[in-house]
Design a protein around this ligand. Structure first.
Ligand SMILES: [Zn+2]
Ligand SMILES: [Zn+2]
Length: 267
């Protein structure tokens, strides 16, 4: 089976110290046919100044070198994970030329200027209110921001918040999640199955199985499989299990990308 891990971070991401060649080497060691390096593009305070955390030109240059270096051993795709916030919309559009990338993930890591993992986003909100606000933000991002191929860990909001449990009851957000999946499908975009949910102790991948089924039932086809690895020992994390799960649910293919065009591989 052709295997492609489509969510790998390297030291170009501020929250990873893994050198790019070490990440690639590990994927080769595990026999992956293809990977997408998807480092973060976020705007955040660095040395007291709010700025983008990556110089895209340097990143593209390094990826071009590494691709050449590993030619014939593994296919390396030029990816990006954009941490989208509406307040930086214009700057992101100016900075990112989708033609430079094979594959772009869009993720909501911050909402109303708050990082989900600080807990401040949930202040004054019940769990249902917080989760609903997050899903509304995802939907409006899809409606307003065109430059991406899949939405990252689209239901991962249940990792966060000062609550007794971290369960996402999909039935509480069914219409909103349906709208999100439909908006993606209508635009020729998709989702990823992100295996890191297990590492975070959620007991499932993101999105969880009910969401995956909803997507399949509406005819959703574009779905990548990614480990979201920030450490070398997480490269390929539970990739085979995620592929098996997709197959068991009824998906026939998963997706890779080349210059923004989906390529389907049998599960
Ligand atoms: Zn992310
Ligand atoms: Zn990531």
């Amino acid at each position: 089976m052709y295997r492609a891990d489509y969510h790998i971070h390297t030291s170009f991401s501020r929250d990873s110290e893994a050198p790019i060649d070490v990440q690639v080497e590990e994927a080769v060691r595990q026999g992956f046919d293809e990977i997408a390096i998807t480092d973060h593009l976020e705007k955040e305070p660095i040395d007291g100044i709010i700025q983008f955390n990556m110089v895209i030109e340097d990143y593209l240059k390094r990826l071009a070198e590494i691709k050449k270096q590993y030619e014939g051993k593994i296919r390396i795709k030029t990816g990006l994970e954009i941490g989208y916030e509406p307040r930086w919309h214009g700057e992101i559009l100016r900075l990112v030329d989708p033609k430079d990338f094979d594959f772009i993930i869009c993720s909501t890591h911050k909402c109303e200027e708050e990082d989900m993992n600080t807990g401040r986003f949930f202040e004054g909100r019940s769990q249902v209110q917080g989760f609903t606000r997050y899903f509304e933000e995802v939907l409006s991002t899809i409606q307003n921001f065109p430059f991406f191929n899949v939405y990252g860990h689209m239901d991962y909001i249940n990792r966060y918040g000062p609550f007794a449990h971290h369960i996402l009851y999909v039935s509480d957000y069914k219409e909103l999640i349906f709208e999100i999946l439909k908006a993606l499908k209508d635009r020729g975009q998709g989702i990823e199955i992100n295996t890191s949910g297990i590492r975070y102790g959620l007991g499932h991948f993101n999105p969880q199985i009910e969401v995956l089924k909803m997507y399949l039932d509406m005819g959703g086809e574009i779905i990548t499989i990614g480990s979201d690895s920030h450490f070398t020992h997480h490269v390929g994390y539970l990739w085979n299990e995620a592929a098996k799960l997709l197959k068991n649910i009824g998906f026939k293919y998963y997706t890779a990308f080349e210059k923004g065009k989906p390529i389907f591989h049998y599960l």
